[in-house]
Design a binder for this molecule. Structure first.
Ligand code: NAD
Ligand code: IPM
Ligand code: MN
Length: 349
């Protein structure tokens, strides 16, 4: 029978709580649809860093490469610098496995209280370039201790990197009405974004059914708040896509509901699924984290594994729970993470 090996990295803070819920619910749908999931749970987090000086073993990437997929909660904790937690785990996984697409869908979920009014048919996909752009390691801090101390950060955009993101986004747009919005800043970032615009425009020409509209990122942010239903598919650079995906989630009610798939579309390497949110130190340990983003990400993982029916069933289970009025405090509800999880599981039995 069908069986998948998934590396689960719960990580830090609420990453642990929501990963636990995701694993339980995936096991439940796997039971219903007759496949198995073998979880390899990894204790790769800030505690390991405090003990061993590393976020993951030296051969961590090798260990992950034999699996069918990776499921991540979140990493980050107040007493360890973010560059250690992120560049020691999250970013290397995205890069080593060439997960160059970060797919971040958002819809208005049923029963959600606190979403912006009038967004009933909100349905947006952010296609975020996930391995280059503004997130480069080129640069540094210089002149520490002097009056002239400064920091430099280079962005690196490649023709191939932009084109493959645009191609993926144009393919998505084909099935989503044909209009693609490209987030840019070609008026103000004089080397990189005009190049982005040019390569996006050229690439989208390969898709006769797709029209690309470039929108400056500042105006796009306002438009996503004021008229979010006017946009269905967005292609964005690494940093712009990061910001827009939290923005769109906020418009739809909470960043706790947003999912993310870090994809290697050619399937030469495992892909990684995670909620969009971080470890939320402000609510860690309180048992009130919203597991919806984590569950939606788990559904995207099931879909990626070819278990579309199980993915749909898991999605209906968390949507039905929300529609029933069960919600965590970020959505103005009173449910704990455990209560929400129990309600989802009861729909999967
Ligand atoms: P965050 O997403 O952790 O939290 C932002 C706000 O949203 C907080 O008020 C938090 O309580 C709330 N929130 C987030 N997820 C929620 C959920 N599921 N349910 C209810 N409320 C939720 O972002 P931050 O505070 O800017 O970052 C905290 C840490 O997480 C940092 O160390 C950051 O680097 C890290 N981070 C990691 C990842 C990742 O591992 N993929 C992603 C983003 C941030
Ligand atoms: C995300 C996160 C990460 C990113 C951070 C933690 C480096 O915000 O996955 O959205 O910017 O990619
Ligand atoms: Mn982010």
């Amino acid at each position: 029978s069908r069986s998948y090996v998934i590396d689960a990295i719960p990580g830090d803070g609420i990453g642990v709580d929501v990963t636990d819920v995701a694993m339980q619910c995936v096991d439940a749908v796997a039971g219903i649809y007759g496949f198995g999931v073998q979880w390899r749970v990894r204790d790769w987090n800030s505690d390991l860093y405090r003990k061993a000086g590393r976020m993951m073993p030296v051969d961590g990437i090798d260990q992950l490469s034999s699996g069918d997929g990776i499921y991540l909660g979140a990493v980050g904790t107040p007493d360890v610098p973010d560059d250690v937690t992120l560049w020691g785990l999250l970013i290397p996984i995205r890069r080593e496995f060439d997960q160059y697409i970060n797919l971040r869908p958002m819809r208005l979920l049923p029963g959600v209280v606190g979403a912006m009014p009038g967004i009933g048919d909100l349905d947006i996909v952010v296609v975020r370039e996930n391995v280059e752009g503004e997130y480069s390691q080129i640069g540094g801090r210089f002149g520490a201790g002097t009056d002239g101390e400064f920091a430099v950060q280079e962005s690196v955009f490649t023709r191939r990197g932009i084109a493959r993101a645009a191609r993926y986004a144009a393919t998505a747009a084909t099935e989503r009405g044909g209009r693609l919005v490209s987030a840019t800043k070609s008026n103000g970032i004089i080397h990189t974004m005009p190049f982005w615009d040019e390569v996006v425009a050229e690439t989208v020409k390969e898709f006769p059914g797709v029209v690309v509209e470039k929108v400056l990122i500042d105006a796009l942010a306002a438009r996503l708040v004021m008229k979010p239903t006017s946009i269905r598919t967005i292609v964005a650079s690494n940093l712009f896509g990061d910001i827009l995906s939290d923005l769109v989630a906020g418009v739809a009610g909470s960043i706790g509901i947003a999912p993310s798939a870090n994809l290697n579309p050619e399937r030469r390497h495992p892909s990684m699924f995670e909620p969009v949110h971080g470890s939320a130190p402000d609510i860690a340990g309180k048992g009130i984290a919203n597991p919806v983003g984590a569950l939606w990400a788990a559904a995207m993982m099931l879909d990626h594994l070819g278990e579309a029916e199980a993915a749909r069933s898991l999605t209906s289970a968390f949507e039905g729970t929300l529609a029933d009025g069960t919600a965590t405090p970020d959505l103005k509800g009173t449910a704990t993470t455990a209560e929400f999880a129990a309600a989802v599981l009861s729909r999967l039995s």
